[in-house]
Write a protein of this length. Structure first.
Lengths: 156, 101
């Protein structure tokens, strides 16, 4: 699965300035709503579900990365957005460090395989130090999108 | 210097939704408790470091997937048993964690 198959280009946030985990999640879900990928009436439900998932265990998995996510019946295909927080967000990460790269995923409840494939795609690229470095240097939506496309084409 | 033996065992991902972030986190956090090197592989592909959540996510192991667990180091025997038990229990952490988020 390629990143560009599920990351909503218009919802990319290259300069997220959020002081808390909740604010970061709200901003990313709002961005998906503004991009038309989720309905306004589902926004609060999705935010609530993501925050509830965080209570089970932080998706700040270390190395400055967070992967907040939820399943939600309102989407019929997996969607995601990417946010870059130059100043770092306290995500209660497993390594105690702030996060700078956030991938937020919303997936349909009946397609766990798609969710796993999306995680595989995200993690495969995030293991690449150059990908992370270039991602954190990207200042515009277009720059981030170009980078995702290059990653999909194995050009990094 | 003691010689360490490489321990191997096949484990199965029982979780209905496969090895997603929560099970990956449970595996990595348990593996990190041991000095030994812990690796997991699927379908004879290059093994991944089981102490890395990102590495584990790259396995994209769905339900009923069999993985090869390989442990090598001074506490390998104990690590193998506990990790195998974690898979067997469907990733329920056996000991009460200290202050998990």
């Amino acid at each position: 699965m390629k990143l560009c198959d599920f990351v909503v280009a218009d919802a990319i946030l290259p300069e997220l300035a959020a002081s808390t985990k909740e604010a970061a999640i709200r901003a990313m879900v709002a961005s998906l709503k503004d991009a038309g990928s989720i309905q306004p009436e589902d926004e609060d439900g999705i935010i609530g579900a993501i925050l509830k998932r965080e209570e089970l265990g932080s998706t700040g998995i270390g190395n400055g990365v967070a992967v907040p996510h939820t399943k939600h019946a309102s989407v019929n295909k997996l969607i995601a957005t990417v946010a870059l927080a130059g100043g770092g967000v306290d995500f209660n990460s497993l390594d105690g460090e702030p996060v700078y790269i956030l991938f937020l995923l919303v997936s349909p409840p009946d397609k766990p395989g798609d969710h796993l494939r999306a995680l595989e795609s995200i993690s495969r690229h995030l293991r690449n130090q150059n990908f992370c470095k270039f991602l954190r240097q990207s200042k515009t939506k277009e720059a981030v999108l170009d980078l995702l496309q290059e990653a999909d084409n194995n050009e990094i | 210097m003691s010689e360490s033996q490489v321990y191997r065992r096949k484990v199965t991902v029982k979780a209905e939704q496969g090895l997603h972030i929560r099970p990956c986190t449970a595996v990595a956090q348990l593996a990190m408790k041991y000095q030994s090197r812990v690796k997991l592989s699927k379908d004879n592909a290059t093994p991944v470091d089981a102490k890395s959540i990102l590495d584990l996510m790259t396995l994209a192991a769905g339900p009923n997937t069999e993985l090869d667990l390989e442990v090598d180091g001074p506490d390998a025997a104990e690590a193998l048993e506990h990790l195998a038990a974690l898979f067997e229990s469907d990733f329920v952490v056996q000991t009460s964690p200290a202050a998990s988020p």
